[in-house]
Design a protein around this ligand. Structure first.
Ligand SMILES: Cc1ncc(COP(=O)(O)O)c(C=O)c1O
Length: 470
């Protein structure tokens, strides 16, 4: 019908092959019918073929090109299926009335200028990652590779066996009495936080965040349109006494305040949970590096006090590598169900092989081994850093984690010092970058985990030279 109406609107002569010089190559350039189809498509795109233009019959086309009729028919079938041509065999085939759009071209990004020379890094965040795969890592992946892929989408809350293993792990290492229904497997703490905000918070509600605090948490709150209430931090962590009735949630790093390094003492923990019970707020506990404590055993998690009010975020990022993108969220079963239902829509849960590998690592005791190894390595490095930086200021957070904060004399500008360190070849993070409205002394946040042992010393030598002349 449509073909006939185009035909009556635009009576056209049948395409002569001289107008579109069709050719077929038998040199491995691809199936003949697809070669033909592409040349006809190109004719429509560049305007040589217009809506209503009659195409030769498949018999004529085949004869003229010296191909079988089924090749010509397949080319027309292809173009017909895509909507470039209309009409039925027998009543004529016509070019459809389409306005061709140029297909998108891959546009290469302009290459970024190469950094002048590789910088040593003392920025916090990334653990030391072994340069070669060790036996525990290989064993876990061998175990995964021996299994066929999971059949479906799997459980949006995470693999049931992994949730059970993680519940046992956080009960044993963090003192949280919980079961698999309390655990949701995440793509890391940052993802867990964002998921929680997307699924539970309403625009206009506010969130209290430590100041200075974790920039990624600040960005997450901003992206979700949540006004942020800055809560000052002292050497014991969050000033719980300064929390008012307004926030619907508070983000806190009780085991190792990020970045100043304090740990929330039991009286403040109790006060925080009581505040949450009174106001109905949610406490978001980011437990990002609590495995690494050098003075005493890891402190119990805040979530052990109340899983209805506290949501606990854990991660593999510091124990093994952030590249795994795997973490866990521990909360009430209702919260876990709500988040899992949210994820049913977004589909953003960790892939089955990664979950299966982490399950194998937990079962084999590999994670415990990594923590023991890391604790020894980082304790030594922490002592080395404290030793070399102490002459330049007060070193905070020296008992735990993978970074310390060097508090500098008040007259110094930490951003200027970080820039001078970078010019000397070493990257450090100025404390001012983590501050929002609460003033405080300048400082440098120094991660000591990432470099190799010789590079750590080189970086410290460069940094102390900069500090000595500042
Ligand atoms: C305070 C804090 N929380 C969490 C993380 C880890 O986040 P993720 O698990 O998303 O890698 C980091 C890493 O640098 C961090 O510093």
């Amino acid at each position: 019908m449509l073909a006939r109406s185009i035909q009556s609107r635009l009576p056209q002569a049948t395409l002569q092959l001289t107008e579109i010089p069709l050719t077929v190559r038998r040199d491995g350039s691809g199936p003949l019918h697809l070669q033909l189809a592409e040349q006809l498509r190109e004719g429509v795109r560049d305007g040589r073929l217009r809506g209503g233009h009659r195409l030769p019959s498949t018999r004529d086309l085949a004869r003229q090109l010296g191909v079988s009729r089924s090749v010509a028919q397949s080319a027309y079938d292809q173009l017909h299926a895509e909507g470039w041509i209309e009409g039925k065999t027998g009543s004529g085939t016509y070019v459809a009335d389409v306005v061709p759009l140029e297909p998108a071209q891959a546009t290469p990004r302009r290459p970024k200028p190469a950094p002048p020379r590789p910088l040593l890094t003392l920025r916090p965040g990334i653990p030391y990652v072994e340069p070669t795969a060790d036996a525990g890592w290989r064993r876990a992946w061998r175990e995964v590779s021996a299994q066929p892929p999971a059949r479906g989408y799997e459980d949006a809350a995470g693999l049931p066996a992994l949730r059970t293993a993680l519940a046992e792990y956080v009960a044993r290492t963090r003192g949280i009495a919980c079961g698999p229904d309390n655990v949701l497997v995440t793509n890391g703490s940052a993802h867990g936080l964002r998921l929680l905000l997307s699924a539970t918070r309403r625009p206009g509600e506010s969130i209290a965040i430590e100041d200075p605090g974790y920039l990624s948490a600040v960005r997450a709150a901003r992206n979700h349109g949540l006004p942020i209430i800055d809560i000052p931090v002292d050497s014991d962590g969050l000033r719980v006494d300064l929390l008012g009735p307004e926030p619907a949630a508070v983000y806190v790093t009780p085991s190792h305040q990020y970045p100043l390094g304090g740990r929330l003492p039991v009286a403040r923990r109790n006060a925080l949970v009581e505040w949450a019970r009174r106001t109905g707020a949610t406490v978001i506990e980011d437990d990002y590096d609590s495995e690494f404590r050098y003075d005493v055993a890891p402190l119990p998690a805040l979530a052990q006090l109340d899983l209805d009010r506290v949501v606990h975020l854990g991660t593999m990022s510091k124990m093994l590598s952030p590249s795994l993108r795997l973490g866990w969220l521990v909360a009430s079963p209702d919260t876990v169900d709500l988040l899992a239902a949210h994820r049913e829509d977004t589909g953003d849960w960790p892939s089955w092989p990664v979950q299966a590998a982490v399950l194998a690592m937990l079962r084999e005791g590999y994670l415990d081994q990594l923590v023991r190894r890391g604790r020894r390595r980082y304790a030594e490095r922490c002592a080395q850093v404290v030793d070399q930086l102490s002459p330049y200021g007060e070193v905070l957070g020296r008992d735990a984690g993978l970074h310390v904060t060097l508090i500098l004399p008040a007259h110094l500008n930490d951003r200027t010092i970080a820039a001078a360190a970078e010019a000397a070849g070493v990257k450090v993070a100025p404390l001012s970058d983590y501050r929002r409205s609460t003033p405080g002394p300048p400082g440098l946040v120094i991660g000591y985990a990432t470099p190799t042992t010789p590079n750590l010393q080189k970086a410290l030598t460069l940094l102390t030279k900069v500090l000595a002349t500042s």
